[in-house]
Design a protein around this ligand. Structure first.
Ligand SMILES: [Zn+2]
Ligand SMILES: [Zn+2]
Length: 282
């Protein structure tokens, strides 16, 4: 039987960049809530991808700030926030996007986070003096559906042109930045704001789906939502020598409400391949 866990509850979402577009339909359908989008607060004050304002807090803490502001402005006891980050993959030099969609239910004191992590992003930049190279770059990143941001000189210039979403705006912005440039170069970069970047919007939707599937896993004992893995215990024995490896031996799920716990042994198989063993493959 399907259960709409947030039937008749209002959930606040603070966003300036139209994230409600992907979050609202699936969250309302799967949980029965009504999602109220709040645009009065300028979320750019908490940090911008284009570096005019540094994000002082971690990705998770920034999402928490948005949640508490959203609940305050809309007078709800539950809120949701989305926060993204872009950079390089921790080990491989490829662009990497981490999207969090965090939900906090104040009434239940329950926090649960949906995550997307992956290389599906157009995150990139180019410094050039050639308009032709700029055009090639723009095609590569999926312009004009994906917007561009331009600056004269380099990534640190105080002069910044956003909302470039057509070829004539790109041409104008490029000439303007060239005329302002001391180095004779223009710095182009992908706009990572959700409304300006359909690829990112897609990833926010995936993180929302992850949140929903976590919410809709219920405690077998008391039926509370959000019965998810919250501890991973390492030490899966190596297939050759049997010593504990860095791989997961078991997962532990714990109910936030009744504290019921459940172990899942061998989530990734019974033995660790020898390449993960510190003894066989140091
Ligand atoms: Zn429970
Ligand atoms: Zn071994």
């Amino acid at each position: 039987m399907e259960r709409l866990i947030y039937m008749n509850r209002k959930i606040a979402l603070l966003t300036k960049h139209n994230k409600g577009k992907v979050i609202k339909p699936i969250l309302e359908k799967e949980t029965g809530c009504s999602l109220i989008v709040e645009t009065r607060f300028d979320t750019d004050k908490l940090g911008t991808f284009s570096r005019e304002i540094k994000r002082p807090k971690s990705q998770m803490d920034t999402a928490r700030i948005k949640i508490s502001k959203g609940m305050k402005l809309l007078k709800t006891d539950i809120a949701i926030a989305s926060e993204g980050s872009f950079g390089s993959h921790p080990f491989v030099p490829i662009p990497w996007n981490v999207e969090l969609v965090l939900l906090y239910d104040k009434k239940e004191d329950m926090e649960i986070c949906g995550v997307y992590e992956g290389a599906e992003t157009n995150f990139s930049h180019l410094k050039t003096n050639s308009f032709n190279d700029a055009l090639i770059f723009s095609e590569k990143i999926g312009f004009p559906e994906h917007y561009l941001i331009l600056r004269p000189d380099n990534e640190y210039s105080k002069t910044i042109i956003k909302d470039i979403d057509s070829s004539y705006k790109l041409k104008d912005a490029f000439s303007f930045c060239m005329s302002k440039s001391r180095e004779g170069t223009v710095f182009l970069e992908t706009d990572m704001r959700a409304h300006a970047n359909p690829t990112r919007m897609n990833n926010i939707e995936k993180a929302t789906q992850d949140l929903i599937s976590k919410l809709l896993s219920f405690c077998p004992d008391c039926g509370a939502p959000g019965f998810i893995v919250n501890e991973k215990i390492k030490g899966l024995p190596c297939e050759l020598c049997g010593l504990p490896s860095e791989m997961n031996l078991k997962y532990i799920r714990k109910c936030y409400k009744c504290k019921f716990t459940k172990e899942q042994l061998h989530p990734d198989g019974k033995f660790a391949p020898a390449q993960h063993c510190n003894y066989c493959n140091p």
